[in-house]
Design a protein around this ligand. Structure first.
Ligand SMILES: Nc1ncnc2c1ncn2[C@@H]1O[C@H](COP(=O)(O)OP(=O)(O)OP(=O)(O)O)[C@@H](O)[C@H]1O
Ligand SMILES: O=P(O)(O)O[C@@H]1[C@H](O)[C@H](O)[C@@H](OP(=O)(O)O)[C@H](OP(=O)(O)O)[C@H]1O
Length: 584
């Protein structure tokens, strides 16, 4: 489908789209705009080495805000410390002062009572956080993984793949047995908390122990809160209060992005709260739903091929090639780097591959899709183009929109190009053929999607993109770097990798404001086994017939670029520390 837009031919393109989510009845709201392109800047490409301790200089591009504008984003808004909503940041300044000074004037017994209350509150908060967003644990080797749904058993071999023990970088791993017990308890609790269970309870007039307190806390109605602050209710809860008579509630993540008016006072919220006839039912439904809330979004790829399953997994339209790969990968050393494969499922007329949602557990995630390899066409496609060329007018149109001078005279006359010709042209006009990967798309935490990175051709520009998406947060950059090094190790040990030509596969970078960061291998629809007993090296340029894909060339470029970004971010941090000291 050709969706290119002339407006995108100039400067930075930012599509501010709502995050596309899917609700429980599987109705997908997918992006209407895919693969939009810009004019190509004919810049020389190449990698730039970073000298240790020297400050890397990056070529400035129009694609991303200058460094100064990138400072502060996530790192300074305090979101990292928040739970359901920006509780502390929403707290009025006077109230914060009150907390600081008021407690000093309390009598001893009041302080003791407060301490006890605080302890109870803290426990509630912890439990609530666990229930809503899932907890993660730190592995003995310092690695973490989403606690989501994955259960991974670690073998000694796999542990070899991880980085040095003192690595502070994070990666999510499956729960171990102890946390699986937690998970079971959680499931029981969840079952109890399902709307059905709750309605039944209500009918019997039961009140779950502690729920009143938790409910009020969630709704921001408790005045004896630890910090004496006005806690804004979660946006969805706020919405619920406003429509308490409504019998159905739409729990889309778009709603969760709504901002609660700070002007609302406690009194009016209390009133609204009282109006809510069966608030407990709604609240429990909310809890239940929030646990299933997903930030899932399709950043790149074909439209209409994805759905979310009831269980929160991602369903991708069946492809025999991809299903075989995923199945094989579940038994390979790469299995920690690919979404968990849950087999096939049929929905209506279509069959789907069911796999782990890699965004599960992330809140307002930042996502980057990098298509790996020095080429995105298979050798078969090349042969097919020569022998049985089908002309694609849609691809000719895409080409024309980006660069009217790109098609040859003959192609102009035909009004079409072969797919292979188009893909080759895409590869050479992006960083694919030079750096061994290209950025297909980025989604920022506010839901804005940037899909045009065609003009990114140099490593310095990639570094700038990395600094942009991570808001220069060292922790995230290091986590990505660490994860890629581990992936590099795993690839070396992978039989699957040695024996497969990996074409058009992506690395999906994901992180959120809590500094959870990971990178995953996705899309194996064009990954095929090499014939006979031959093996690929993946780190050499492609020559026809060799079937080499240059995957490792791309990985090395990305690792180098991340090192560069880390140097820049460190430098900047040192600079700002120095400035602070000199001001003081
Ligand atoms: N397991 C997953 N969890 C979360 N998001 C995913 C997952 N798989 C895919 N996605 C999302 O869907 C997008 C497209 O995925 P994918 O590359 O597999 O699709 P595709 O249609 O095969 O793409 P292409 O056109 O490049 O072949 C990704 O960029 C990512 O945003
Ligand atoms: O990103 P663009 O410029 O829009 O181009 C698409 C992209 O290269 C996809 O990878 C490719 O699908 P495959 O990976 O499956 O080959 C698709 O071919 P298609 O139109 O034949 O699906 C192209 O149209």
């Amino acid at each position: 489908m050709d969706m290119t837009d002339d407006n995108h031919m100039e400067g930075m393109e930012t599509e501010t789209e709502s995050k596309q989510t899917m609700d429980n009845d599987f109705s997908a709201i997918l992006s209407d705009e895919m693969h939009q392109h810009m004019a190509i800047s004919e810049k020389p490409s190449g990698c730039r080495e970073v000298r240790v301790r020297s400050r890397p200089r990056l070529k400035s591009t129009k694609s991303f805000p200058p460094y100064s504008q990138c400072i502060g984003g996530l790192g300074e808004d305090g979101e990292g410390n928040n739970e359901l909503n920006s509780e502390s940041s929403n707290m009025p300044r006077e109230n914060r002062n009150e907390v600081a000074h008021g407690t000093e004037r309390k009598e001893d017994f009041e302080l003791k009572a407060r301490c006890a209350r605080d302890e109870v509150k803290a426990k509630w908060r912890l439990r609530r956080k666990d229930r809503l967003w899932g907890s993660h644990e730190v592995d003995t080797d310092g690695w973490e993984r989403w606690s989501g749904k994955r259960r991974v058993e670690e073998s000694g071999r796999e542990r070899e793949c991880v980085l040095p023990p003192n690595s502070e970088w994070k990666h999510w791993r499956g729960r171990n047995s102890s946390s699986e017990i937690d998970g079971k308890e959680e499931e029981d609790e969840e079952r109890k908390r399902s709307p059905v269970a709750e309605v039944e309870k209500e009918g019997r007039g039961e009140t779950p122990e502690g729920e009143d307190e938790e409910a009020e806390e969630l709704l921001g109605l408790r005045e004896d809160s630890t910090t004496h602050e006005w806690v804004s209710p979660h946006p969805i809860l706020s919405k619920l209060l406003q429509s308490s008579s409504s019998s159905s509630v739409n729990f889309s993540s778009a709603e969760s992005d709504e901002v609660v008016s700070e002007g609302e006072d406690v009194g009016s919220k209390r009133m609204a709260f009282r109006k809510c006839r069966s608030w407990k039912t709604y609240l429990t439904m909310m809890h239940w739903s929030l646990r299933r809330q997903s930030s899932w979004v399709q950043l790149a790829g074909h439209q209409g091929t994805f759905q979310l399953s009831e269980g929160g997994e991602v369903l991708k339209l069946y492809s025999e090639v991809e299903a075989k790969c995923l199945d094989c990968l579940m038994r390979d050393s790469l299995r920690h780097f690919v979404p968990q494969y849950h087999g096939l499922v049929t929905k209506g007329e279509h069959c789907y591959i069911r796999m782990e949602d890699l965004l599960s557990g992330l809140r307002k995630p930042v996502i980057m899709d990098c298509k790996m390899g020095v080429r995105t066409y298979q050798e078969e496609e090349l042969i097919k183009a020569r022998t049985n060329a089908t002309l694609r007018s849609d691809m000719y149109q895409k080409m024309m929109k980006i660069d009217p001078s790109a098609p040859s005279e003959e192609e102009h006359e035909q009004g079409g190009v072969t797919k292979c010709r188009y893909l080759q042209w895409r590869d050479t006009t992006s960083s694919t053929s030079t750096l061994g990967f290209r950025i297909e798309g980025i989604m920022m935490e506010d839901g804005s999607v940037h899909r045009d990175f065609r003009k990114i051709q140099t490593l310095a520009e990639v570094t700038e993109a990395l600094l942009f998406i991570t808001r220069r947060q060292l922790e995230i950059l290091k986590a990505y770097h660490s994860r890629l090094l581990a992936l590099s190790d795993a690839l070396k040990n992978s039989l699957f990798f040695r024996t497969h030509e990996v074409i058009g596969s992506s690395l999906l970078f994901v992180h959120d404001h809590s500094s959870k960061a990971s990178v995953w291998m996705i899309d194996f629809a064009k990954t095929t086994p090499v014939p006979d007993a031959s093996q690929l090296r993946h780190n050499v340029p492609w020559a026809e017939g060799s079937r080499e894909d240059g995957y490792l060339i791309g990985l090395t470029s990305l690792i180098t670029s991340l090192s560069q970004a880390i140097s820049v971010a460190s430098w900047q941090q040192e600079d700002s520390c120095g400035e602070e000291k000199s001001v003081a």
